[in-house]
Design a protein. Structure first.
Length: 255
């Protein structure tokens, strides 16, 4: 458990294992502890680094907006500050969105990328999913988010401020497909079969990134790392262990 100063933040991060660096990028309104079922498994093969992003967990909120672009810059500054060099990035939900931008902005820092339940624009969210992120809907998950966010928060009373910032982040967001098409890192697009993004949106993400693979986890929602940790861990580890281009016996998309 350590801190490093980067991009105007005092960033908390956990670390476990040894080997090639692997960053775990958590979802919105949770923190690095949400990877409790991934960190030990990945640490058997990698140096696993788990930072808390601005306004989340043990990294304090600061003045100014929270956006995916800002959090990508934070992540780049964090990686430079601790000297990871090229690393694998595994991002869940918001963390995957951040990972996409890091791979676009600093391709030299990303060896392989895994996105879990991520979306490249606000339009990709199912309407029912978008409703869960608002506090005034019957299906709102905000009360649950509030309790989860406060567990490790530097300032537990700052939730409403961070939530307002995150709502701007969630609903005013899009990565141009031309930028996604520039991602050079092999990428695994992973999603639960009952996840928050439309399937056509997830397929578009898979289709647009040049060297991408797709994994749909059956019987899983947006919290697939908690629901199907063993399957998710197996697929991620197999993907990260691969070398060279993706080869299949009967290629069509990769022909």
């Amino acid at each position: 458990m350590s801190y490093v100063d980067a991009n105007g933040l005092h960033i908390y991060y956990g670390e476990a294992g040894s080997g090639d660096p692997l960053l775990l990028l958590h979802g919105g309104l949770v923190d690095g502890d949400s990877f409790a079922q991934q960190t030990p498994a990945f640490a058997e093969r990698f140096r696993v680094i788990v930072p808390d992003r601005r306004g989340h967990g043990r990294t304090a909120d600061v003045e100014g907006p929270i956006s995916y672009a800002v959090m990508a810059d934070d992540t780049i500054a964090f990686m430079d500050a601790i000297g990871t060099g090229p690393a694998h990035l595994v991002g869940w939900s918001d963390g995957g969105n951040v990972g996409l931008l890091v791979a676009i902005k600093r391709p030299d820092l990303v060896r392989r990328l895994v996105t879990i339940g991520s979306n490249f624009s606000a339009d990709g969210l199912l309407p029912a999913a978008a409703d869960t992120f608002r506090p005034d809907t019957p299906t709102s998950a905000v009360p649950m988010m509030r309790e989860m966010w406060r567990v490790n928060a530097v300032d537990p009373d700052r939730f409403e401020t961070v939530l307002e910032k995150m709502q701007h982040c969630w609903f005013d967001y899009a990565i141009p497909t031309a930028d996604l098409a520039r991602i050079a890192a092999p990428t695994l697009v992973m999603v639960g079969d009952d996840d928050i993004a439309r399937f056509d949106h997830t397929i578009a993400l898979y289709d647009t990134i040049p060297d991408a693979q797709l994994a749909v986890i059956p019987g899983a929602s947006h919290v697939v790392p908690l629901e199907k940790p063993d399957l998710l861990n197996q697929l991620v580890l197999e993907f990260l262990a691969a070398e060279g281009p993706t080869l299949t016996m009967a290629p069509l998309r990769r022909g």
